[in-house]
Design a protein around this ligand. Structure first.
Ligand SMILES: Nc1ncnc2c1ncn2[C@@H]1O[C@H](COP(=O)(O)OP(=O)(O)O)[C@@H](O)[C@H]1O
Ligand SMILES: N[C@@H](CC(=O)OP(=O)(O)O)C(=O)O
Length: 555
C-alpha cells in the first residue's frame, strides 16, 4: 500500500487505483518527484518538477480507468505552467489587446492561465453609472458613463474584427439593471458588485474571441461559475478554502479533455450563502491570479502592469521612483496593505501558502526585469525597500477617564470598533491612552463617512476622552526593521530638516514596516525628501557618535 499526504499534512496509507499507479510510474520514468496529496474531494494530486519544469498531474485515486490520461501525463510540456494577469491598463484598447496577445505568444514554452481585469477605467465608470442611475441625476440612456462603456467595447470589437453579438446581451442587461436602479432609487453593495462584474465579463469574452480568431485556442470563464466561492461581504469579499479544489478541477479538467488557453475574469466570485456575484475589493484581479496559481500548483504567477515592477514609491508622487528587484511576500503584503495601489492587499496570501513566486512585470516594457516576490531574500544589505503613502487617514487619541492601572480599557476600546465593524490600521498605546488610525479602505470609496465617525466617538466617550484628528497620512517605511535604529536616525534627520513633526510612530509586528503619522498637507513633501535621502543620497548611512560605531555596525 502506498502513502499520500492529506490536507492536514499527515502521510496516510492510501490504496492507489491503477490510474494513480500509472501516474507514479510515469513520474518516475520522467524523473519527476512523486509527491501525492489527497484533497478534500478524495482526488489524488501529484506535484513535482522534472528537468526544471513545474508539473502537476491530477488523477482520481478512487477510479481505476486509465484511458485518456496517457497523452497528458507523458506530454508534460502540455501542462499549464503559470498564471499571467493583465490589469485594466494593459487591456485598455484593441491595440493593447493585440499587444497582450502577442506578448503571451512570445512565451511559447509557457501554457498560461490568463486573468484579465476590465478594460481601462471601466470599473470606475460602472460604479459612477450605478450611482447616477440610483440617484436619479440623469435619464439612464443619457448617462455619459454608460455611453462611454458601450462605445469603448463596441469600438474594440470592431477594431479586432469580431462580432458585436459577443457582448450585446451583456450591454442590454446592464442598461436594464441601471433602469431598475433608477426605479428603486438605491444602489446596495450587492447590486454594485453585479453592475461592476460586467467589466470583466466583457473584456474576457472579447480577448478570448480575439485569440480564437488569430488561431490560438482559448476558452473564456466567468470566475463565479467555476468555483470562486467567497464570503458574502459584497465589494470586499474573501476567497474561501473550497475555491481551490473546485477551480483546479474545472480548469484542469477542461484543459485535459480539450486544451485551450483559459481566460478567466479577475476580481469576481460567488457568495457562498447568497450565490450572488461578489467582488474581491479594488484591484482584486491580482488575488484571482494567485488563487489560481495555488489551486493549480503552478510554477509562477505573473502580474503584468503599466510600471516596471514594484517601485521605491508611488510614481505619481515621485516620478524618480525606481523598481525594486526582489521582495518577500511579507514586504509585498505590507506594502499593499498600507496603500501601494500596485498590488491587492490579500494577493500574497495564496502565493505564500503555496510558496509560488509572484513576478510583477510591465506589459508596456516587457524586457524590464520587474520585481520577483518570494518567501525570503538576502536581507544583509537591505535597509529601506519602499516608501508608501496612505492619505485621508483619520486618527483618534483616546485617553481613559478612569484611574491609572484600570484593566480592560484596551479591550473595551477594541470591542467598540468590533461592534461598529471598523478596522484599525496603526496603533500606539500606553496603559491608559492610545492613538490609532482608522482603515479608510473599509468602504468602497476608501473614506469613512462622517456618520460612522460620529458613532465611534459617541461610543468611546462613554469610557474615555476622545480627540478626533482628520486629514492625516500614514507614511509606511517597508524595509529591514533589523536596521530600525539606522532607518529612524535618517528619517528623523530628514523630517527635522524639513520642519515636520511626527504625530505617532509604530513599528509593525511583521518586522518589515515602520509607520509614521504626519499631517496630510506635509505628507508628499516628506515622501519626496525621504526618497531622496534613502535612494538618491551619497551620504554615508551610519553617523558615528563620539567616534564609535553604532551597535548594528559592530555586529
Ligand atoms: N510602489 C509602487 N510601485 C509601483 N506602482 C505603484 C506604486 N504605488 C502606486 N503605484 C501605482 O500603481 C499602478 C499599477 O497598479 P494598477 O493600476 O492596479 O495596475 P493594473 O490595473 O495594471 O493591475 C501604477 O501605474 C502606479 O501608478
Ligand atoms: N477592475 C477591477 C479589478 C482589478 O483588479 O483591476 P486592475 O487590475 O486594473 O487594478 C478594479 O478596477 O478594481
Amino acid at each position: 500500500m502506498a502513502t499520500a499526504t492529506n490536507l492536514c499534512g499527515v502521510k496516510t496509507p492510501y490504496s492507489f487505483s491503477k490510474r494513480a499507479l500509472r501516474v507514479q510510474s510515469l513520474c518516475l520514468q520522467s524523473r519527476i518527484s512523486f509527491d501525492p496529496l489527497v484533497d478534500l474531494c478524495g482526488v489524488l494530486r501529484v506535484r513535482g518538477s522534472g528537468k526544471g519544469r513545474g508539473v502537476r498531474v491530477v488523477c482520481d485515486a478512487r477510479k481505476s480507468d486509465v484511458a485518456g490520461e496517457s497523452e497528458h501525463l507523458e506530454g508534460t510540456s502540455k501542462e499549464l505552467t503559470c498564471v499571467m494577469k493583465f490589469g485594466g491598463s494593459s487591456v485598455a484598447s484593441a491595440d493593447r489587446m493585440k499587444e497582450v496577445a502577442e506578448l503571451i505568444l512570445s512565451f511559447p514554452e509557457e501554457n498560461p492561465v490568463i486573468v484579465l481585469s476590465a478594460m481601462g477605467k471601466t470599473t470606475n465608470k460602472l460604479i459612477l453609472a450605478g450611482e447616477l442611475a440610483s440617484s436619479c441625476c440623469a435619464k439612464v440612456s443619457e448617462i455619459e458613463e454608460l455611453s462611454f462603456i458601450k462605445e469603448l467595447h463596441y469600438r474594440t470589437i470592431d477594431e479586432l474584427g469580431l462580432d458585436k453579438s459577443l457582448i450585446t446581451d451583456h450591454l442590454n442587461i446592464l442598461e436594464q439593471l441601471l433602469k431598475g436602479l433608477a426605479v428603486m432609487k438605491e444602489l446596495t453593495p450587492r447590486q454594485r458588485d453585479y453592475i461592476v462584474s460586467f467589466g470583466e465579463c466583457m473584456s474576457t469574452r472579447i480577448f478570448a474571441a480575439y485569440l480564437n480568431k488569430i488561431g490560438v485556442k482559448a476558452r473564456q470563464y466567468d470566475a463565479f461559475d467555476i468555483g470562486f466561492i467567497t464570503t458574502d461581504d459584497f465589494t470586499n469579499a474573501d476567497i474561501m478554502e473550497a475555491t481551490y479544489p473546485a477551480v483546479a478541477e474545472r480548469i484542469h479538467g477542461d484543459w485535459i479533455s480539450d486544451p485551450a488557453i483559459p481566460i478567466v475574469t479577475g476580481f469576481l466570485g460567488k457568495g457562498w450563502k447568497t450565490c450572488a456575484v461578489t467582488t474581491l475589493g479594488r484591484g482584486g484581479s491580482d488575488l484571482t491570479a494567485t488563487t489560481i496559481g495555488k489551486a493549480l500548483g503552478l510554477r509562477e504567477v505573473q502580474v503584468w502592469k503599466d510600471v516596471d515592477g514594484v517601485l521605491t514609491c508611488d510614481p505619481n508622487i515621485y516620478p524618480g521612483a525606481e523598481p525594486v528587484p526582489y521582495l518577500t511576500y511579507d514586504e509585498a503584503a505590507e506594502l499593499a496593505y498600507f496603500g501601494a495601489q500596485v498590488l491587492h492587499p490579500q494577493a500574497m496570501r495564496p502565493a505564500r501558502e503555496a510558496d509560488i513566486p509572484v513576478r510583477v512585470k510591465n506589459s508596456y516594457n516587457r524586457n524590464a526585469p520587474g520585481t520577483l516576490i518570494t518567501k525570503s531574500r538576502d536581507m544583509s544589505k537591505a535597509i529601506l525597500t519602499s516608501i508608501v503613502l496612505k492619505r485621508n487617514v483619520t486618527m483618534l487619541d483616546i485617553v481613559s477617564t478612569r484611574m491609572l492601572g484600570q484593566f480592560g480599557f484596551l479591550a473595551k476600546v477594541f470591542a467598540t470598533f468590533e461592534d461598529l465593524g471598523i478596522s484599525v490600521d496603526v496603533v500606539a498605546t500606553s496603559e491608559v491612552s492610545l492613538s490609532l488610525t482608522l482603515d479608510p479602505s473599509k468602504l468602497w470609496s476608501r473614506e469613512l463617512i462622517q456618520q460612522e465617525l460620529d458613532n465611534v466617538v459617541e461610543e468611546l466617550e462613554k469610557i474615555a476622552k476622545v480627540n478626533l484628528l482628520q486629514h492625516r497620512s500614514i507614511i509606511s517605511l517597508i524595509g529591514n526593521v533589523q536596521k530600525s535604529s539606522l532607518i529612524l536616525e535618517k528619517v528623523f534627520h530628514v523630517l527635522r530638516t524639513n520642519g515636520v513633526n511626527v504625530q505617532m510612530i509604530s513599528q509593525g509586528a511583521s518586522k518589515v514596516n515602520i509607520s509614521l503619522i504626519v499631517n496630510e498637507s506635509e505628507s508628499e513633501k516628506c515622501v519626496k525628501a525621504l526618497h531622496e535621502a534613502f535612494f538618491e543620497s551619497d551620504l554615508p548611512d551610519l553617523v558615528y557618535v563620539n567616534g564609535s560605531p553604532p551597535l548594528e555596525a559592530k555586529a
